[in-house]
Write a protein of this length. Structure first.
Length: 275
């Protein structure tokens, strides 16, 4: 299955780099490729994985919101148009659990959505992906944890310096997935060609407090310095919602298809060398 020829957008990102290592044949589609260029690159490609999007954890000025929108919606629109004119047989696009409302247990059957910026961005992103006429799956990412980059790498330095701590009261829920499980999920979907929405999160979300204590214990560092919410808002403005929102999300759809997670417990990921 790793010999399946994949075309990939967002190849330079944390997840994109790992996908290129996981699947042996990857064609890279760049964000500024024209539709004609994309169609050319899709010759003999079986599966397209769409990860295009500007970094989300930044200060959301009105100008940057437009960058976030264009990099996801307009890029996906052009990509889907090209796929529909190609011989590609399967499309996997990306979204985020930010589409779900805060403080509500959600799986893929949840019909409520967050009407803040991130929720509406995800809805528009998925709407473009669903215009694909080929079999399509959409992965809604939680926090992706791996030791080669991403969120966890950014957290490690302050924790190693003894400056790690809970955010606010630490009660917000964090829905996460190990990078290695995410790669296995991609392979599982490519193998079976399942369609629909799938939450890319572990079955066992944790509070920020539990996450913080587990990481501190693994690093043998104190975690007694809380990070006030107003500090994050000062740095990120509205974008602080990525870190402050409470998303309790479960992967019901993928588990019903038979997928089994290797990393369900947050403690396991900090002890593993393979994530």
């Amino acid at each position: 299955m790793q010999d399946t020829k994949i075309a990939l957008t967002g190849a330079s990102g944390f997840v994109g780099q790992k996908i290129q290592k996981h699947f042996r044949e990857c064609v890279v589609i760049k964000r500024d490729d024209s539709e004609a260029e994309i169609i050319r690159k899709l010759e003999n490609v079986d599966v397209v994985i769409n990860l295009a999007g500007a970094p989300i954890v930044k200060r959301w000025s009105e100008a940057y919101k437009k960058v976030l929108y264009r990099s996801r919606i307009e890029t996906t629109k052009r990509l889907v148009s090209a796929i529909n004119r190609s011989n590609v047989s399967y499309f996997i696009s990306t979204s985020a659990i930010g589409i779900y409302p805060n403080d509500i247990r959600c799986d893929e059957t949840c019909t409520k959505s967050d009407n803040a910026f991130l929720g509406t961005l995800c809805e528009a992103w998925e709407a473009e992906a669903n215009k694909c006429t080929k079999p399509t799956a959409i992965l809604r990412f939680g926090v992706v944890l791996g030791k080669e980059g991403g969120a966890l790498q950014k957290m490690l330095l302050p924790f190693k310096l003894g400056l790690g701590g809970t955010i606010g009261n630490g009660e917000m829920m964090m829905s996460w997935i190990a990078l290695s499980d995410l790669m296995r999920m991609y392979q599982f979907l490519v193998q079976h060609r399942y369609e629909g929405i799938f939450n890319a999160v572990t079955p066992k979300p944790v509070t920020n407090k539990v996450f913080t204590k587990s990481l501190g214990k693994a690093l043998k560092r104190p975690t007694f310095l809380p990070l006030p919410e107003f500090v994050l808002k000062l740095f990120y403005g509205e974008g602080a919602s990525i870190l402050l929102d409470s998303k309790e999300v479960y992967p019901k759809a993928i588990e019903e298809k038979g997928f089994v997670f290797e990393y369900e417990e947050i403690e396991l990921i900090f002890r593993s060398k393979d994530v």
